[in-house]
Design a protein around this ligand. Structure first.
Ligand code: 5RP
Length: 230
């Protein structure tokens, strides 16, 4: 099975958790895209959900497929969010934000009663950090924020390059109008401590560590689909 087929397998399994009438947070990325495609087929056959998208790209795909879309202000409490991840550890702590949607993804998942992560086996790790951690920052004071991040992580005995994400000619801009610094720490021994410390830095808008948010992970490999519980 190729990578796309594994994503479809995980997405198919996740669809089984979606009930008619649910208020659903809908994730971003290539795995979430497969889920949305399958959800769209179900909706075309009379199934009904209210979707709250985590990005403009996801909103566009939902609308193209006839999935009802609401903003989080219109539907501030959600039953379930289904989204992909860049890394998943044994406690279901995640790194997210490879697609740049981490801020809305975290807000939407946190407004949901539960969050199901869909992924292929390559995303499962013993310890977070091999995937560069996306840190969403204000464009204003970028240099000062970068220095503050470097000082903060060195107090936690973590180090690594912080790279400003680019797209085309300039810095990548999130849906919220912010920049992303991708932090290549290599290993994050205490994700919770890092999460708290990063949230203390004024120029940091949000970061891609999702701790105590995911409730279930659906992981597809050549051998089949398994679920991991928090
Ligand atoms: C976007 C995300 C994605 O869910 C994450 O990057 C995984 O993407 P993919 O399913 O394409 O591997 O966090 O911000």
């Amino acid at each position: 099975m190729d990578a796309r087929q594994l994503k479809i397998k995980a997405a198919e399994t996740a669809l089984g958790y979606v009930e008619d009438g649910m208020r659903l947070g809908i994730g971003t990325g290539s795995t979430a895209r497969e889920f949305i495609a399958l959800l769209g087929e179900k909706v075309a056959n009379g199934f009904s959900v209210t979707g709250v998208p985590t990005s403009e790209a996801t909103a566009r795909q939902c609308l193209e497929l006839g999935i009802e879309v609401k903003s989080l202000d219109e539907s501030p409490e959600l039953d379930l969010t289904i989204d992909g991840a860049d890394e998943i550890d044994p406690a279901l702590s995640l790194i997210k934000g490879g697609g740049g949607a981490l801020l809305r993804e975290k807000i939407v998942a946190s407004a949901s009663k539960s969050m199901i992560v869909i992924a292929d086996e390559t995303k499962v790790v013993d310890q977070l950090g091999a995937f560069p951690l996306p840190i969403e920052v204000m464009p204003f004071g970028l240099g000062a924020t970068r220095l503050a991040i470097e000082k903060t992580v060195s107090r936690l005995n973590i180090s690594g390059a912080l790279e400003l994400r680019h797209s085309g000619d300039g810095p990548f801009m999130t849906d919220g109008g912010h920049y992303i610094l991708d932090a290549s720490f290599g290993r994050i021994p205490d994700a919770e401590a890092l999460s708290v410390a990063l949230n203390m830095i004024p120029g940091v808008v949000e970061h891609g560590l999702f701790i105590d948010i995911a409730t279930l992970a659906i992981v597809a490999s050549g051998g089949g689909v398994r679920t991991l519980k928090a």
